[in-house]
Design a binder for this molecule. Sequence first.
Ligand code: NAP
Length: 331
Amino acid sequence: MIKNTYNWGIIGLGNIAHLFAQGLKHVPQARLCAVASRSMEKAKKFAMKYDVPHYYGSYEEILDNAELDIVYVATPHHLHHRVSLMCMQKHISVLCEKPVAMNRRQAEEMVKAAETYHVFFMEALWSRFLPHIRKVKDFVDNGTVSDIRLLEADFGFRAPFDPQKRIFNNQLGGGSLLDVGIYPVFLSYLLLGVPQKIEAEANIGKTNVDEICSMNMSYASGAMATLLSSITCKTKTQAMIYGSNARLEIESPWYAPSHLTLRKYEDNDDEEFRFNYDNIGNGYTFEIVEVMRSMERTQQQSSLWSWQDSLELMGILDKIREACGIHYDIK
Ligand SMILES: NC(=O)c1ccc[n+]([C@@H]2O[C@H](COP(=O)([O-])OP(=O)(O)OC[C@H]3O[C@@H](n4cnc5c(N)ncnc54)[C@H](OP(=O)(O)O)[C@@H]3O)[C@@H](O)[C@H]2O)c1
């Protein structure tokens, strides 16, 4: 139960900022108080659409709004580190879009800032808070699916080719791995931890970003994970988790499926679990509630997706990049 009202700000008013603003509307204790864009006109238009009292034409000015409790950073990846630090240095808590940074070193600096300035800080890894992912994690933790041997997951979509926009733009942190590959990597990390060995291959396109990234992980337990991401092909976007007693199938698209199926190897009594998010808002509402619940308990981090989780995930992404030669021209 959340008692206090939290005043939210949003920095970077692109696609995801709109979905997030819609998600906020479904949480009665969340108030969208201020938004900031590089363009005053865009900020004003966004503010009118979502009934936001304060809007700014720069990312710096919003930080002087004394009403703000927390800012949602929704810029392209290359700015996550800089903008989050700006907020935390003003003692404003941060929910930062994924990937939390461009690399683990940056993510460590962000965690350090959260400690120094005593603010709440979380990576907006929305999938972690969705009911079906929580159910999958419970099944694995309570042994319904025991001793995972193999995990397969992919996330591929076909983005229109535009070298200026963030998906294909190296300087904005483009490419499939950091945009959508992060999700299969997240799932493997959530269920299997940090891999012992990582092999990866990437198809680097003409704008010097990975258009396809294929990853194979192996773990000390003997488990293996085979993962794939793409920005040039619409792949099945399914996840399969094979234990030694049962298999879990997360329907496509596995980041927001209508159902998941548990198939026990020894009997044919498959169980289906259905999910419907419409009654609570959109998928982003769950992470918003998690942030506010954590802040209400005066926690500086979420117990479901901690700072350590973000650091380890970033570390795995760094190793994948190293294995398949994904480089960014970002200072
Ligand atoms: N959780 C999810 O489901 C999900 C889904 C999509 C994206 N994301 C994450 O959210 C972040 C933003 O993605 P998006 O799809 O919303 O991107 P987008 O539509 O391109 O919007 C990004 C916004 O960042 C701002 N920006 C600042 N510097 C920029 C620059 N040099 N070039 C372009 N934009 C710049 C712009 O806002 P102003 O013009 O207002 O300053 C822009 O509208 C990414 O890190 C992505 O990984 C998460």
